[in-house]
Structures are given as structure tokens and as C-alpha cells.
Design a protein around this ligand. Structure first.
Ligand SMILES: *[C@@H]1O[C@H](CO)[C@@H](O)[C@H](O)[C@H]1NC(C)=O
Ligand SMILES: CC(=O)N[C@H]1CO[C@H](CO)[C@@H](O)[C@@H]1O
Length: 111
């Protein structure tokens, strides 16, 4: 029973430390545009998604959607798709103190 707890604690610490590094919130959007779905993760967070995206070539933007899905890409979605930030208010499954988009709403960052 020790290992899962150690793993969770490590994941949370990594999430917290990475979410404090430089990146810029680019808005809440009602469509992903050209951002590509990198999938879900049981401990998804802004920091975890950022790491997945930065591990890929030529990535400048990332987004979270549905509380869990991580998207990576080179462009923000079109400006016409910007909605109120309150539509991106689902807690991240891996770190509930952060939000990870909404149902059908993409929380976009310049990374
Ligand atoms: C998600 O990102 C990782 C790099 O961090 C990559 O290896 C993997 O292929 C990506 N998965 C998908 C489904 O795009
Ligand atoms: C596009 C969309 O559904 N936007 C919603 C965002 O949230 C507000 C309420 O906070 C809704 O009125 C909008 O419809």
C-alpha cells in the first residue's frame, strides 16, 4: 500500500513545482482549433500536460479540456472561439486546486 501513496505524493509535488514555471494563460475556448489531443491521465494536471507537450517538437501551446484531456500544438484556437474563463472551471483529476478546462471548453496556455 505504500507505493501508490508515494507515487501520488510525487506526482502532486511535480505538478505544483511545474505549474509555477513561466507560462501564459491564453484564454478559454469553445473549440480546440489545431491543437492535438494527447489523451488522458489519471493524475492529469496543468504541469503534467505541459511536460507532455514540451517533450514534443515545436510545441508553443497547450490546452486542457474536460478536467482530464491534454492538447498540444503550435497555434491557439481561433480568437472567435474565446469564451468567458468561467467556462473553464472543471478541477483537474490529478490536482483539484487547478482547473483543467470545461466539458467542451479548452483552457489554453502559451508555453
Ligand atoms: C503524448 O505526448 C508524448 C510526449 O510527451 C508522446 O510521446 C505521445 O506519443 C503523445 N500521445 C499522443 C496520443 O499524441
Ligand atoms: C459558448 C458557451 O457555451 N459559453 C458559455 C460560457 O458560460 C456562460 C455562463 O458563465 C454561458 O452563458 C455561455 O453560454
Amino acid at each position: 500500500m505504500k507505493q501508490p501513496h508515494t507515487f501520488l505524493a510525487t506526482t502532486l509535488l511535480v505538478s505544483i513545482s511545474h505549474s509555477s514555471t513561466a507560462m501564459e494563460f491564453a484564454g478559454c475556448y469553445s473549440e480546440p482549433g489545431e491543437l492535438i489531443n494527447n489523451g488522458t491521465y489519471m493524475f492529469q494536471s496543468i504541469g503534467y500536460c505541459r511536460d507532455r507537450c514540451l517533450a514534443q517538437e515545436d510545441i508553443s501551446h497547450m490546452a486542457l479540456e474536460g478536467g482530464n484531456r491534454c492538447y498540444c500544438g503550435t497555434n491557439a484556437p481561433p480568437a472567435r472561439a474565446i469564451v468567458e474563463s468561467s467556462n473553464c472551471s472543471l478541477p483537474c483529476v490529478g490536482y483539484a486546486l487547478e482547473t483543467c478546462g470545461g466539458d467542451g471548453f479548452w483552457q489554453v496556455y502559451l508555453i
